[in-house]
Design a protein around this ligand. Structure first.
Ligand code: FAD
Ligand code: NAD
Length: 474
C-alpha cells in the first residue's frame, strides 16, 4: 500500500541526526520550540556509528592487548589472544548504547523524530522520503531549518570502496578478522589512528602519504613523537607519494603510487584503507531548492550565528566546513537552536580543541607560538617534558611534552600543544583557561593532584614564568 502524502508543520526542522543535528534538536526542545528531527540512516550520525566512538573503542581495546603483551619491563608476562569478532561485538554494544541514548534524549526533550530522507522543496517546505517500496513520503512545513547532513569519505578515483579489498574507515572498523597486511592511503587523522590499531593487532602496516609528513597542520616536533612511536610499532611510512591505482593479484591488492617527479612506487597488501579526507553531504537534501549553492569543496558558508545565506536556514557540523570535529558540530548545533529561540548566542572559535588518538595522543587548543606572533602577540612559551612527570613514568609512557603559550605582557593563556599520554584529556584544562581569560599564574598556582599528568600543565605554565620547580626553567 502506498502511504499518501501527509502534510505537517514544525517550527524547527533539523535534517540529520549526527552530533550537529541531535544537539540542535535537543537544545531547541529545551527552549520549548516545536522541533522535528529527520534522520535517514542511524541516530548519532558518523560520530557514534562509524567514527569517533567505534574508532576510540578499538584504539583502547587494541592498546590493552598490546600493552599486556609488552609489559615485561614491569614484570608482567602475558600473551593475550585477540578474538576480533568479540572485540567488534563489544564495540557494537558501546555504539548501540550511545545511539539508543540519543533517541531517548531526543524524545525526552520533546523532539519529534522521523526516519527518512528530508529534501527541501522550497524555503518553507521539505519532503521526507521513506525509502523502500510503498513507503511513500510526507511534506513538512517549517519556519526554520537546521541542515546537519554531515560528510562522507572522499572516494579516490580508481579506489572504489568494496568493503573487502578497498576499505573506507567504516569498513575498517567492522573487520572481524585481522588482516595480515594493510596499506593505508593517507597519513591524516584516520590513517594514523587506524594504522596504530592494526599495528597493535599484529598487522603489517604501510602508510603512503602524498605530503612529506603525517598529520598535516601539526608541527614537526609533535608529529615526530607520534611517527617515532609508530615506527617502533612496525608501521612503515612512504612520504611524497600519491596513490594512483590498484589491481587484484589473487589474494592481494597491488597498488601503485607516484611522486611529484613521476617516480612510481609499488605495494602489495591484503587490504587497503583509503583515508584521504571527507567531503560535506548536501545533495541528499536538495539544498539548491532553498536557494543555497555549496562551495567547490561542498561546504556551505555560515555566519557567527550558524546561519546560511538564506535567512531561515542554518548549517551546522561537517557540512559547514572545517574543522570536521564532533564537538565543533555540537557547539554549532547549540548556537543555531539558541539563535532561533531568540537567545543572544554566537560562535567563537578561539578555543576549539582537537585531539588525535594516536600513541601517544595529541591535544591542541588555541594558538601555537607562530599563530600568536601572527596575531600580534609577543608570545612566551613554557614546557614540561613528559619524562619529568612522575605519573607518566609510572604509566610507562614518558614520550612527549606539554607546551603552553601565553602573551608575554599580560600572561593571558593563548593556547597549548600537548603530545603524550592522555593529551586528549589534558587539553581541556587549557581550553577552560582560555575561555575564562586565565593568566599563567592562575594555572601554575592551582593545586593539582599528585601524581597526575595534569601537574605537567601547571608545571608548563610555571615554566613560562621561570618558576618551574620540577624541570629546569627555559
Ligand atoms: P554526521 O555525524 O555525519 O551526521 C550527519 C547525519 O545526517 C547522518 O546520520 C546522515 O545519515 C544524516 N543525513 C544526511 N542527509 C540527510 C537527509 N537528507 N535527510 C536525513 N538525514 C540525513 N571527531 C571528533 O571530534 N573526535 C573524534 O575522535 C573523531 N573520530 C572520527 C573517526 C572517524 C573514523 C571518522 C570518520 C570521523 C571522526 N570524527 C571525529 C569526525 C566526526 O565524526 C564528525 O565531525 C561528526 O560526526 C560531524 O557531525 P555532523 O552532525 O556534522 O555529521
Ligand atoms: P585528513 O584530512 O586528516 O587526512 C587525509 C590525508 O590524506 C592527508 O594527509 C592528505 O595529504 C592525504 N592524501 C590525500 N590524497 C592522497 C593520495 N592520493 N595519496 C596519498 N595521500 C593522500 O582526513 P582523514 O584522515 O580522512 O579524516 C577526515 C576527517 O575526519 C579529519 O579531517 C577530521 O576532521 C575527522 N577525524 C577526526 C578525528 C579526531 O578528532 N581524532 C579522527 C578521525 C577523523
Amino acid at each position: 500500500m502506498v502511504v499518501g502524502d501527509i502534510a505537517t508543520g514544525t517550527e524547527v526542522l533539523v535534517i540529520g541526526g549526527g552530533p550537529g543535528g541531535y544537539v540542535a534538536a535537543i537544545r531547541a526542545g529545551q527552549l520549548e520550540l516545536d522541533v522535528t528531527l529527520v534522520e535517514m540512516d542511524a541516530y548519532g550520525g558518523t560520530c557514534l556509528n562509524t567514527g569517533c566512538i567505534p574508532s576510540k573503542a578499538l584504539v583502547h581495546a587494541t592498546e590493552i592487548a598490546h600493552d599486556a603483551k609488552h609489559a615485561e619491563e614491569m614484570g608482567v608476562h602475558a600473551d593475550p589472544a585477540v578474538d576480533m569478532a568479540g572485540m567488534i561485538g563489544w564495540k557494537d554494544g558501546v555504539v548501540d548504547q550511545l545511539t539508543g541514548g540519543v533517541e531517548k534524549l531526543c524524545k525526552a526533550n520533546g523532539v519529534n523524530l522521523i526516519e527518512g530522507r528530508a529534501e527541501f522543496v522550497d524555503d518553507s517546505t521539505a519532503r521526507v522520503v521513506h525509502e523502500g517500496e510503498g513507503q511513500g513520503s510526507e511534506s513538512i512545513e517549517f519556519e526554520h531549518a537546521i541542515l546537519a547532513t554531515g560528510s562522507r569519505p572522499i572516494q579516490l578515483p580508481g579506489f572504489e570502496f568494496d568493503g573487502e579489498r578497498i576499505l573506507s574507515s567504516a569498513d575498517a572498523l567492522d573487520l572481524t578478522t585481522v588482516p595480515d597486511s594493510l596499506l593505508v592511503v593517507g597519513g591524516g587523522y584516520i590513517g594514523m589512528e587506524l594504522s596504530t590499531v592494526f599495528a597493535k593487532l599484529g598487522t603489517d602496516v604501510t602508510v603512503v602519504e602524498m605530503l612529506d609528513d603525517i598529520l598535516p597542520g601539526y608541527g614537526d616536533d609533535i608529529t615526530r613523537v607520534v611517527r617515532n612511536r609508530a615506527e617502533e610499532l612496525g608501521i612503515e611510512f612512504n612520504f611524497g607519494e600519491a596513490a594512483q591505482g590498484w589491481e587484484e593479484t589473487g589474494s592481494d591488492a597491488f597498488v601503485t603510487t607516484e611522486t611529484e617527479d613521476g617516480e612510481v612506487g609499488e605495494y602489495t597488501a591484503e587490504t587497503v584503507l583509503v583515508a584521504v579526507g571527507r567531503q560535506p553531504v548536501t545533495e541528499t537534501a536538495n539544498v539548491e531548492a532553498v536557494g543555497l549553492e555549496p562551495n567547490d569543496d561542498g561546504t556551505l558558508d555560515t555566519d557567527e550565528e550558524a546561519r546560511t545565506a538564506v535567512e531561515n536556514v542554518f548549517a551546522v557540523g561537517d557540512v559547514a566546513g572545517e574543522p570536521m570535529l564532533a564537538h565543533k558540530a555540537y557547539k554549532e548545533g547549540h548556537v543555531a537552536a539558541e539563535v532561533i529561540a531568540g537567545e543572544p548566542a554566537a560562535l567563537d572559535y578561539q578555543a576549539v580543541p582537537a585531539a588525535v588518538f594516536t600513541d601517544p595522543e595529541i591535544g591542541t587548543v588555541g594558538m601555537d607560538e607562530a599563530e600568536a606572533e601572527a596575531a600580534g602577540f609577543d608570545p612566551v612559551v613554557g614546557e614540561m617534558p613528559m619524562r619529568a612527570s612522575g605519573r607518566a613514568l609510572t604509566l610507562g609512557e614518558s614520550d612527549g611534552f606539554v607546551r603552553i603559550i601565553a602573551d608575554a605582557e599580560t600572561e593571558f593563556v593563548l593556547g597549548a600543544r600537548i603530545v603524550g599520554p592522555e593529551a586528549s584529556e589534558l587539553i581541556a584544562e587549557v581550553g577552560l583557561a582560555i575561555e575564562l581569560g586565565a593568566q599563567l599564574e592562575d594555572v601554575a598556582a592551582t593545586i593539582h593532584t599528585h601524581p597526575t599528568l595534569s601537574e605537567a600543565v601547571a608545571e608548563a605554565a610555571a615554566n613560562a614564568r621561570g618558576e618551574a620547580t620540577h624541570t629546569l626553567n627555559r
